[in-house]
Design a protein around this ligand. Structure first.
Ligand SMILES: NC(=O)C1=CN([C@@H]2O[C@H](COP(=O)(O)OP(=O)(O)OC[C@H]3O[C@@H](n4cnc5c(N)ncnc54)[C@H](O)[C@@H]3O)[C@@H](O)[C@H]2O)[C@@H](O)CC1
Ligand SMILES: Nc1ncnc2c1ncn2[C@@H]1O[C@H](COP(=O)(O)OP(=O)(O)O)[C@@H](O)[C@H]1O
Ligand SMILES: [K+]
Length: 504
């Protein structure tokens, strides 16, 4: 799914109105009906609800007025509160006129704000994508009042005060919604940790925006769901053999961290790799051969950490990092691997301690072979770049980093963001907080290694499929274990089912 900016959203609305020959208030009616139906599914008519709808002067307020009409006609006790303004949008005015006279509709006044009980349902229709500056004055006062009320707040399109695709000053007033319901496509603002307390849970409802316009619009950001991945993960051919899916090399583990190598190796095998060879220090030999008999062990001469790079000829892809440690001789192995990878046409996946080594020897970044795939969490990413002022700045750093080094970079977290050499970012939709547990990242590395070894997949598709399937495997696992009980090995068990869902 494409993530549109505020300007692109407005243009999509206009394109739809033009292509369908409808009036703008008819499109608003679609949005308001979709929102009203969604809300009424959650509110029961049997328990009386005090529903307060707070409307601003633009089309977000127009949506709110239309929602008020729908809820009133369905039998809910609705009260509308209007933010006074010099100017109201035409569709606001149309819907103000359509509001049945029985619905109480009152202008808000400073210092005389209505009391809203904690049991009330509030619809926030003050501002949406048209917000042009941080809220101040009465609007800010209303927002603080709603946040203090403890009522359940449902925001239409955006929590009021939040910009669609830029940060707002830290002290400015923003509605803290429990739910945000947008239209057609998700917004960047929904996906960032710093906005979580404003956005709450979110959902988008289809309103039939013009598909041709969306198709022809270039965007900076994409949201990756199952539909987005259709056609990217081919079925295994009938006459396939282990050579078809590539031979991968995993360099991982050190004394006390051989488990990371085991998790990554198991994930790689469940990720469909043809053959897997694992380079661990000697201390890992028995552990690996026992825990993962399907993998070949190519043990390093040193006991506790990896010191020598094996011959790269047999391999289609190499993964380096999980549990590796940062000894100087291990850093040398990484350095040689980077220099030889391009010549050996080796796809690289770089994680964990290998990233930390890159962070302390930044000159090595210039040796990254084309299409290398890096998988930092935000702290590791900071070591490769610089501290970010906020989540939006971090995404810009990600974009710059991938463009400069011609690499793919997986910035891990909820809604993991994949940066690409071409520029666009891809936000993942799967995964759950249960995956915030030691070893989850090692599993991702192993899975990505398998997909990079599969010569049928482009670097972009391998990365998108791996990130999505990793989160999906975590979701399937959590259905059995619960989130708190989830451990990294559980994610491994569900990689197969998660990938099977993607075959098309
Ligand atoms: N036909 C359409 O364009 C559709 C629009 N929709 C709704 O329309 C919304 C966008 O509507 P608008 O573009 O009218 O924008 P908004 O309703 O978000 O707000 C714009 C109005 O608020 C004022 N304003 C902006 N920032 C302010 C601030 N800080 N303090 C005080 N006033 C401020 C502007 O001058 C303008 O009058 C969407 O979020 C969505 O809810 C939906 O109905 C779908 C269809
Ligand atoms: N709240 C969350 N929602 C979705 N995915 C998550 C969440 N927390 C963690 N994850 C995923 O779990 C993995 C954790 O990786 P990482 O931090 O490297 O763990 P480790 O170093 O312990 O292996 C990442 O892929 C991340 O996207
Ligand atoms: K709103």
């Amino acid at each position: 799914m494409k993530i549109l900016s505020a300007d692109q959203t407005r243009a999509a609305d206009q394109a739809t109105i033009k292509a369908e020959g409808i009036r703008s208030d008819e499109l608003m009616e679609r949005a308001a009906s979709a929102f009203s139906d969604w809300l009424m599914d959650r509110l029961s008519l049997l328990t009386p609800h005090e529903v307060h709808i707070f409307c601003g002067p633009g089309n977000n307020g127009g949506d709110g007025l239309a929602v008020a009409r729908h809820l009133h006609l369905a039998g809910y006790a609705v009260q509308v509160w209007l933010l006074p303004a010099d100017k109201y949008s035409p569709d606001f005015t149309v819907n103000r006129q359509r509001l049945p006279t029985e619905v109480l509709c009152t202008h808000l006044k400073p210092k005389k704000l209505p009391s809203v009980s904690p049991k009330a349902t509030v619809v926030d229709a003050l501002f949406g994508t048209g917000l042009s500056r941080p809220l101040a004055g009465l609007a800010a006062e209303v927002v603080e009042h709603l946040n203090d009320s403890k009522a359940t707040i449902y925001a239409i399109d955006l929590p009021s005060g939040l910009f669609t695709d830029a940060p707002q000053p830290s002290e400015s007033a923003v509605v803290q919604a429990q739910y945000t319901v947008g239209f057609e496509l998700p917004k960047l603002a929904y996906l960032l940790p710093q906005n979580a307390r404003f956005v709450g849970e979110w959902e988008v409802l289809p309103i039939g925006l013009n598909t041709e316009f969306i198709h022809n619009t270039d965007v900076d950001n994409h949201f990756v769901n199952t539909a987005f991945l259709t056609g990217r993960y081919p079925k295994r051919p009938k006459f396939a053999h282990k050579g078809t899916f590539g031979h991968a090399l995993l360099l991982a583990g050190s004394y006390g961290k051989v488990g990371a190598a085991v998790l990554a190796a198991r994930a790689c095998l469940h990720g469909g790799v043809g053959l897997l060879t694992v380079r661990t220090p000697a201390v890992g030999y028995t552990i690996l051969q026992t825990a993962v008999p399907e993998a070949m062990a190519l043990t390093d001469p040193a006991t506790d950490f990896v010191t020598e790079l094996p011959d790269l000829k047999p391999y289609a892809a190499a993964g380096i990092g999980p549990g590796l440690g940062q000894e100087e001789s291990t850093a040398n192995v990484l350095c040689q691997l980077l220099r030889k990878a391009a010549e050996a046409s080796l796809a690289l996946v770089i994680d964990a301690d290998a990233l930390n080594i890159l962070g302390t020897h930044r000159e090595l970044l210039d040796d990254l072979p084309p299409n290398a795939l890096l998988t930092p969490h935000p702290k590791e990413f900071e070591r490769l770049t610089e501290p970010a002022h906020d989540d939006y700045h971090r995404l810009e750093l990600l974009r710059d980093f991938c463009a400069r080094h011609r690499c793919y970079c997986v910035l891990k977290g909820a809604y993991t963001a994949l940066g690409t050499p071409e520029g666009p970012l891809y936000f993942n939709s799967t995964g759950n907080p249960g995956m915030g547990t030691g070893g989850s990242g090692d599993v991702l590395t192993g899975l990505l290694l398998a997909l990079r070894a599969d010569q049928r997949l482009s670097p972009l598709d391998a990365a998108l499929l791996g990130i999505f399937a990793h989160g999906r495997a975590g979701d399937l696992a959590a259905q059995q274990t619960g989130e708190a009980g989830l451990i990294a090995g559980d994610i491994v068990r569900f990689i197969g089912p998660a990938l099977a869902e993607l075959v098309s």
